[in-house]
Design a protein around this ligand. Structure first.
Ligand SMILES: Cc1cc2nc3c(=O)[nH]c(=O)nc-3n(C[C@H](O)[C@H](O)[C@H](O)COP(=O)(O)OP(=O)(O)OC[C@H]3O[C@@H](n4cnc5c(N)ncnc54)[C@H](O)[C@@H]3O)c2cc1C
Length: 377
């Protein structure tokens, strides 16, 4: 008697799923058939700032998901999962399809946490989804082309992403021959790096035309953005680097979430309440081992996820994943330098950016080589 095959839907082509796809043959041999539901292009965040600043062309940060899935003979549906009927084990997709599953794994990343009504009129530029952030480059270049000067840009958010995006935008103006007109608005702190590092970073940005203002952006007026204390700042473009949260489909699952809206999974990467639901990367949090959003945790979780999805076919014991306690994060400061941090260690300078480029281009080019995707020169 042949054993029934297990159908596993991979929702999203995040870092972990890109690795799991490459093990599709192994999973097939274990009796597991993968189906990928994900937009056709994966935008790689490690290179997003380099594209925004104009240091790299947009194609360098994009990956052809369909080509990778085809290379490993995994059916790919170029759509998003918009809803889940857990009782019937069916997914609703953005193209109107309805897809049954035995198990589903979510690696759908994160979206920007937009404060109040700031995103309502579509006039703000959230840093995620990345496709929109990358479109911001064209908007800034069009303004400079038309008016011969930088637009007045306000970046809301004083975390590492706010600093990196402000630095990239400063660099974009510099590349286009104009002085940046940029203000980074931070609520308090910033305190995500040692004070000595932040002081050097702030002074380097100030010398490039990036000012810092303490406050909270709460609204827009014509050509301005308004802070919660009533102050108005000149603003042509408002960029929101105001934190990340899981996409709405995660809350729609009706399963326990962390306080920041991520799906609670146990160290086997499965939810305790529904054994058919797995999740990894930014959209999930491992109970007892919360980590900030970073691609490294999706990559690190991939071998465990692949093993556990195969175990659905073989009945093997599930493995557990313990995310690392210290990890390397490198910001691209847009001026040929980077800031590398790992635990309490840090390094600011050209060497940090060289290392970042080597790692990030290595990651995405490795995936491209696997799928046989060619970029035009
Ligand atoms: C400007 C910026 C720079 C960053 N730089 C870095 C960096 O250098 N290094 C780093 O580690 N982190 C960086 N981050 C954080 C990084 O973006 C995330 O932590 C990382 O991408 C999370 O990886 P993931 O695998 O969880 O999901 P992602 O890489 O975000 O992938 C999720 C995928 O799922 C797709 N998707 C979304 N919703 C659905 C749905 N409903 N159905 C199907 N598919 C869906 C998306 O299109 C996307 O392709 C940066 C973030 C920003 C905003």
């Amino acid at each position: 008697m042949t054993r029934a095959r297990v159908r596993v839907v991979l929702a999203g082509a995040g870092h972990a799923h890109l690795k799991v796809l490459q093990r599709a043959g192994e999973l097939r041999a274990a009796g597991v058939e993968l189906i990928l539901v994900a937009p056709a292009t994966f935008h790689y965040s490690g290179l997003a700032s380099a594209v925004l600043s104009g240091a790299l062309p947009a194609e360098r940060a994009g990956l052809d998901v369909a080509a990778l899935a085809a290379r490993f003979a995994v059916p790919h549906i170029p759509a998003e999962v918009t809803g889940v009927d857990r009782a019937a084990r069916r997914l609703r997709l953005s193209d109107g399809q309805d897809l049954g599953y035995d198990a589903v794994s979510f690696n759908v990343g994160s979206i920007t946490q937009v404060p109040g009504k700031l995103g309502d009129d579509g006039a703000a530029w959230p840093v995620k989804p990345l496709a929109r952030l990358l479109a911001l480059r064209g908007e800034v270049e069009a303004h400079i082309g038309g008016q011969g000067k930088s637009p007045g840009i306000v970046v809301a958010g004083g975390g590492p992403t706010g600093f990196e995006v402000a630095a990239a935008l400063a660099s974009l103006s510099e590349r286009n021959g104009v002085r940046p007109d940029l203000r980074l608005v931070h609520r308090s702190g910033p305190d995500w790096a040692p004070p000595r590092v932040l002081a050097r970073l702030i002074s380097a940005l100030a010398s490039r035309g990036v000012a810092l203002t303490e406050g909270e952006v709460s609204g827009r007026g014509p050509g301005t953005c308004v802070l919660s204390d009533g102050r108005a700042l000149p603003c042509d473009l408002l960029v929101l680097a105001t934190g990340l949260r899981a996409p709405p489909v995660i809350a729609a699952l009706g399963l326990p979430l962390s306080t920041d809206g991520r799906l609670e999974v146990d160290p086997t990467l499965r939810t305790a309440a529904d054994p058919a639901i797995f999740a990894v990367g930014d959209c999930a949090v491992i109970t007892g081992a919360p980590r900030p959003p970073a691609g490294v945790f999706g990559v690190g979780a991939a071998p465990t996820l692949a093993h556990n999805l195969a175990a659905l076919g073989t009945g093997a014991r599930l493995a557990t994943y313990a995310p690392q306690a210290r990890w390397l994060a490198i910001l691209d400061l847009g001026d040929g330098t980077g800031l590398a941090m790992r635990g309490r260690l840090w390094s600011l300078g050209r060497g940090a950016l060289i290392l970042k480029r080597r790692l990030d281009l290595g990651f995405i080019d490795g995936l491209r080589a696997t799928s046989g995707e060619m970029l035009e020169d």
